[in-house]
Write a protein that binds this ligand. Structure first.
Ligand SMILES: CC(C)(COP(=O)(O)OP(=O)(O)OC[C@H]1O[C@@H](n2cnc3c(N)ncnc32)[C@H](O)[C@@H]1OP(=O)(O)O)[C@@H](O)C(=O)NCCC(=O)NCCS
Length: 378
């Protein structure tokens, strides 16, 4: 233990490791992925697959490399029958995040590299997971609504195929564009709770599937990825823009947390929000319904003026997905379909230069208690 160790609740401000993958530039409100400003991807018309490639391989793909990578993903989309059976047999009430966590864990039984933690095996597993996770999410969803799964469609990219497997029909171009941007924005975000948890698992030299399963379990909570679902539940409860301000004031007076707001790192706005807000506006214009955008703006204005707390990426994501008629319980699983690339990059980096992550703590329990054999205890 370091001599002058300082305890920081929630590990706030603690430097817990080194990484070449990404950094949050708080001063400029920017997210930098392997040296690139993420906004340049959303504004430059990149496909999610380019960001995933950058995360896994460290450099942007050439056209030929991107085509090859996209083809690899397409060819790996099918999932083993026993994993499909797990999805089929799960109760329809199971949350899709619980289902996905279980399915990813089960997928390891069928991965030829399952327990190989070498760099190349890890990359192969990451590609397979990236390809198969959308199929597992949407197959589970189809079973839950009493329908058969829709097979992936070869000609469609990651974003389009995700929507296709959800509905069984080709999505509109504006929907694919919106999904693509949201996937780019969700792909990676430094030492957040789920990436850190995945790294802790990987640091014991446990394998990729175990670490990704950890990541999914950690992302599910409402203080992390689960916030996008909670934010939409809140917007539905408020119902209309005219009630937005008072609803937020009442909730704050009751010391309730407003989901989709606040962030451990960003204190004056989340770098990913402007891009996703614009996508929300584009979708609202395309579907001809500005209700949710207007309500979102009022909640946002109230939170900023009353508390100085800004929305995080989950807030505009919530109403954007809602306008795209994506079922709310799929919001966080779709986050996984993107973040799997970031987690995998962290697991690979951890394994490549591993040292066990094992922090210390301050003991606050009793001392000096005298043991009594069980029959003498009262
Ligand atoms: C993300 C989050 C967990 C960050 O937490 P943190 O860095 O530990 O910050 P805290 O929870 O300690 O918040 C600091 C203060 O801001 C307030 N605050 C933070 N987020 C808030 C929110 N969404 N609504 C209302 N108040 C909030 C806290 O109540 C606290 O106030 P206090 O000092 O008067 O007690 C927190 O902002 C939150 O719970 N947000 C809602 C969930 C969410 O959207 N998560 C997705 C994150 S991407």
């Amino acid at each position: 233990m370091a001599q002058e160790a300082v305890y920081s609740p929630g590990l706030e401000g603690v430097i817990a490791g080194e990484s070449e993958i990404s950094r949050i530039d708080v001063k400029r409100n920017r997210l930098i992925i392997r040296g690139y400003d993420l906004v340049d991807f959303t504004e430059g018309g990149a496909a999610y697959e380019e960001v995933a490639y950058l995360l896994l391989f460290g450099a942007l793909p050439t056209r030929a490399e991107l085509d090859d990578f996209t083809q690899q993903l397409v060819s790996e989309r099918q999932i083993p029958d026993p994993v499909m059976d797990i999805l089929r047999q799960a109760p329809a009430t199971a949350h899709p995040m619980s289902l996905l966590r279980t399915a990813v864990s089960a997928l390891s039984f069928f991965d030829p590299d399952a327990e190989d933690n070498s760099h190349d095996a890890n990359v192969r597993k990451a590609v397979r997971l990236l390809a198969k996770v959308p199929t597992m999410i949407m197959s589970g969803h189809r079973f839950a609504i009493g329908e058969e799964p829709v097979s992936p469609k070869d000609g469609l990219g990651h974003a389009a195929n995700l929507l296709y497997m959800m509905r069984g029909s080709d999505p509109a171009g504006y929907e694919v564009a919106a999904m693509n941007v949201s996937l780019i924005l969700y792909a990676e975000h430094g030492y957040n709770a789920s990436a850190f948890a995945a790294r802790v698992t990987a640091s014991t030299m446990s394998d990729m599937h175990a670490a990704i399963t950890t990541g999914i379990g950690t992302l599910a909570g409402p203080l992390h990825g689960g916030a996008n679902e909670q934010a939409m539940a809140m917007l539905q409860e408020i119902g209309e823009a005219s009630k937005g301000r008072q609803w937020v004031l009442d909730a704050l007076a009751e010391k309730r947390k407003i989901m989709g707001f606040g962030h451990r790192e960003y204190k004056s706005g989340d770098s990913r929000v402007p891009s996703l807000k614009q996508v929300g506006r584009d979708i609202a214009a395309a579907v001809g319904d500005t209700k949710w955008v207007e309500l979102g703006d009022i909640v946002e204005e109230t939170m900023i003026s009353e508390k100085g707390i800004f929305p995080n990426v989950d807030f505009p994501c919530a109403y954007t997905y809602y306008m795209m008629k994506i079922p709310i319980p799929l919001y966080t699983p779709i986050f996984v379909a993107s973040r799997i690339a970031g987690w995998a990059a962290h697991v690979i980096e951890q394994h490549d230069g591993n040292r066990l992550i094992r922090p210390d703590h301050i003991y606050t329990g009793p001392e000096g208690r005298a043991f009594e054999p069980v029959d003498q205890r009262r």
